[in-house]
Design a protein around this ligand. Structure first.
Ligand SMILES: Nc1ncnc2c1ncn2[C@@H]1O[C@H](COP(=O)(O)OP(=O)(O)OP(=O)(O)O)[C@@H](O)[C@H]1O
Length: 210
């Protein structure tokens, strides 16, 4: 479903990640790797957030390099430590993302209610704690009809009650819409209620499945 082709990400002169050809089939993936191995680099690049050599092609036809708008509408991303313009409210950000992703009008309601966010979603994000910001980033990553959702360290800063809610969002989205997930984490997803959990490893500056 996602084909990574002739991928190279160089920071200054350092080749952080090189992936010649790699196809990610539909599923839920736990992306593992030690600190500095390149997990965030991979996810940010596949999300179209940072430049890289090569291409990422969705469903054998939507290329990040050649159809960037269509690609970004179908590939959603939540970064590890989200930063949003201070003066915007959560609702305003949701409106912006809903328009960009062509999301149904009330799609966010289910997410805001299940993650207990309705009391503060009208407030400016400058007033949010790190966990509140994280939840907002996760809601934004579920808006629209994504074919692929990339979540960088989705578990960090979430409280214990929020974790099963997030697992349910991921499982439902996969089972109902067939959305593929790439989840980077230093914490284990094994034993959680996630269907068809598979492993991806980022090490030795490349990506491998086993
Ligand atoms: N903006 C940047 N400029 C220069 N080097 C960078 C930059 N971003 C990342 N790197 C380097 O690229 C490599 C991969 O970093 P990356 O953040 O992708 O790792 P990671 O696997 O996500 O790490 P962690 O588990 O600590 O979050 C590291 O060697 C890092 O120093």
């Amino acid at each position: 479903m996602l084909h990574i082709k002739n991928f190279r990400k160089v920071y200054n002169r350092y080749v952080a990640l090189q992936v010649d050809n790699f196809t990610i089939t539909p599923g839920i993936y736990w992306v593992q790797g030690v600190n500095g191995s390149g997990k965030s680099t991979l996810l940010k690049a596949l999300a179209g957030m940072i430049a890289f050599e090569g291409d990422s092609i969705l469903h054998q036809q939507v290329s990040l390099k050649h159809q960037p708008t269509a690609y970004r509408r179908l590939v959603n991303f939540a970064e590890a430590e989200p930063v949003f313009p201070d003066f915007l409210t959560g609702v305003k950000l949701i409106d912006l993302f809903r328009a960009a992703k062509k999301a149904p009008f009330h799609q966010q309601d289910y997410y805001l209610e299940s993650m207990l966010m309705t009391t503060y979603i009208d407030d400016p994000v400058s007033t949010y704690s790190s966990g509140m910001l994280k939840k907002l980033a996760l809601v934004l990553a579920f808006l629209g009809q994504p074919a692929c959702v990339l979540l960088d360290e989705p578990l960090t800063t979430l409280d214990a009650d929020s974790l099963p809610v997030l697992y349910a969002w991921i499982a439902n989205q996969y089972l109902q819409q067939g959305t593929t997930f790439l989840l980077s984490s230093h914490q284990s997803f094994a034993g959680q209620a996630l269907p068809v959990l598979q492993n991806l490893f980022v090490e030795h500056n490349t990506l491998r499945a086993n």
